[in-house]
Design a protein around this ligand. Structure first.
Ligand SMILES: C[S@@+](CC[C@H](N)C(=O)[O-])C[C@H]1O[C@@H](n2cnc3c(N)ncnc32)[C@H](O)[C@@H]1O
Length: 229
């Protein structure tokens, strides 16, 4: 079992032995997830405006981004399709260890844990449907697997470029850009020059934004141009 770490906002994360990083920031796991991904990508605003939304996540990890996004969609009663690509899904006990029921909608978390217990090694054989939320988890290597398109937001959350460079190559970034719908956004915690240049080379408008309170100083949002009217 991976070591469980209490983070500065009181929420839990896990330590990854393989990558030598925690799944979420020690400075506040839920705070980082909400600030960088759910709000920083514009998903929270889309859902509050009752816009049907598709999220593509690179790295399901402890599912904190998923639970926060799904809980927001359930609160606003707006359809959310959430597709996560994960090559080493955590077991149900690991998800339980981060106490997701304190992160968001408890009924959704219970449904997610029950769903997780039914997966084979190849992953789930059906989507999770809970209210207006549909979740699909693809057990695959995000660096090479085909990515579903038309994402309103892409959460790029596969550990840092330093420890997991294969998810941050020019070619990987190009594939993420192609997966975005017109007007879609990519959010991540890395503001490295290499990543910014790769995103800009794909025609995305790249912004450095303030990072989460108490956490990294900056985050990145890159936006694909909307369709011409
Ligand atoms: C920082 S954690 C994700 C945290 C997560 N989004 C959350 O809300 O808890 C990174 C995740 O990316 C996964 N990952 C790393 N490299 C990957 C790859 N090439 N393909 C798919 N998943 C990958 C890891 O197994 C890990 O679960």
């Amino acid at each position: 079992m991976r070591e469980r770490v209490r983070t500065d906002d009181g929420s839990w994360t896990l330590e990854s032995e393989r990558y030598g990083e925690t799944f979420r920031s020690r400075r506040g796991a839920v705070r980082e997830a909400r600030h960088v991904f759910v709000e920083g990508s514009g998903v929270a605003a889309r859902l509050a405006a009752r816009q049907t939304t598709t999220v593509l996540e690179i790295g399901l990890g402890t599912a904190v981004n998923l639970v926060l996004s799904a809980s927001t969609a359930l609160r606003h009663e707006v359809p959310l399709r959430y597709v996560a690509i994960e090559h080493e899904p955590l077991c149900a006990e690991a998800f339980e260890a981060v106490e997701l029921e304190h992160v968001g909608d408890a009924a959704f978390v219970a449904a997610f844990l029950a769903w997780r217990r039914m997966w084979s090694d190849a992953g789930p054989d059906a989507s999770l449907r809970h209210g207006a939320v549909q979740v699909d988890v693809l057990v695959a290597d995000a660096a090479s697997a085909p990515l579903p398109g038309a994402a309103d937001a892409l959460y790029l959350d596969g550990f840092s470029p330093r420890v997991n460079p294969e998810l941050w190559t020019d070619e990987a970034v190009r594939r993420y850009a192609v997966a975005l719908a017109p007007g879609g956004t990519l959010a991540t915690y890395s503001v490295s020059g290499h990543v910014r240049r790769a995103l800009a080379a794909c025609g995305l408008a790249v912004e450095r934004l303030p990072g989460p309170p108490g956490g990294k100083r900056e985050m990145l949002r890159a936006t694909r141009a909307p369709c011409a009217p």
